[in-house]
Design a binder for this molecule. Structure first.
Ligand SMILES: C[S@@+](CC[C@H](N)C(=O)[O-])C[C@H]1O[C@@H](n2cnc3c(N)ncnc32)[C@H](O)[C@@H]1O
Length: 219
């Protein structure tokens, strides 16, 4: 999806992807990463996700990257966090004590920006991209994540021909083909979540799986 697609979604407040509660797989599986409290967690394509508040509540520092300025500003406003602001090249950085959000395009994010991260969390980032861009995103993520770093990945999978994305379907086979060259992949759980997703039910999508994986960047 081109930047204009996402800017329009935020402008029109068509942000069905934004969850009003913390992701259940995040709560259930975050401890599997066995992180130090002082961990620095990269959240690509973070939107204004409340999952970042959960991660910060574990004592970790959060480093998000989000294209849309309104999303970034809303995150701090809605969570009553006073924020300072710096310009770094073509990106803007919004800082609070525990959460820093880089506003700008992840594809132009310099590799130095993420070299101190010790974990990452991808919910609705990988599945935000159509096929070709998803492959480019997988390479960019692998570039930004240092060797040995673990992340939690949450995906959706469904018969793609039954619905136009986003979210786009990402199968275990896709992960094996495009992420496994860079990451060790461990599937934690795959659950049928069709009943809780009325947009999919209304379009007669026959099944919808949400899956959680631990990814470890290969050395
Ligand atoms: C499907 S939403 C998911 C947001 C968040 N992860 C969540 O769970 O609510 C995808 C987000 O990625 C952002 N985005 C799209 N393209 C981007 C890019 N090239 N660089 C950084 N962020 C981008 C969009 O503005 C949007 O907020």
């Amino acid at each position: 999806m081109e930047p204009s697609f996402w800017h329009e979604k935020w402008d029109l407040k068509q942000i069905g992807f934004h969850q009003p509660q913390i992701n259940e797989f995040l709560v259930k599986y975050w401890s599997r990463l066995s992180l130090a409290t002082s961990a620095e967690v990269f959240v690509p394509l973070c939107g204004k996700s409340l999952d970042m508040c959960y991660i910060a509540e574990q004592g970790h520092n959060v480093l998000g990257c989000e294209l849309n300025q309104l999303a970034v500003e809303d995150f701090f406003k809605e969570n009553n966090l006073p924020v300072s602001h710096q310009v770094k090249g073509e990106h803007q950085v919004y800082l609070t004590e525990q959460v820093s959000l880089i506003q700008g395009d992840i594809f132009t994010l310099p590799i130095e920006s993420t070299q101190s991260i010790t974990a990452f969390y991808d919910r609705a980032a990988l599945i935000a991209w159509p096929e070709e861009m998803r492959q480019q995103y997988a390479i960019k993520l692998a570039t930004l994540v240092p060797a040995g770093v673990k992340g939690l990945l949450v995906t959706l999978d469904y018969p793609q021909e039954t619905l136009n994305g986003p979210p786009f379907a990402v199968s275990p086979q896709w992960i094996e083909q495009y992420l496994a060259p860079y990451f060790d992949v461990e599937l934690l759980e795959c659950a049928d979540v069709l009943a809780e997703n009325q947009r999919f039910v209304k379009k007669n999508v026959p099944w919808l799986n949400e899956a959680a994986y631990v990814l470890t960047r290969k050395i």
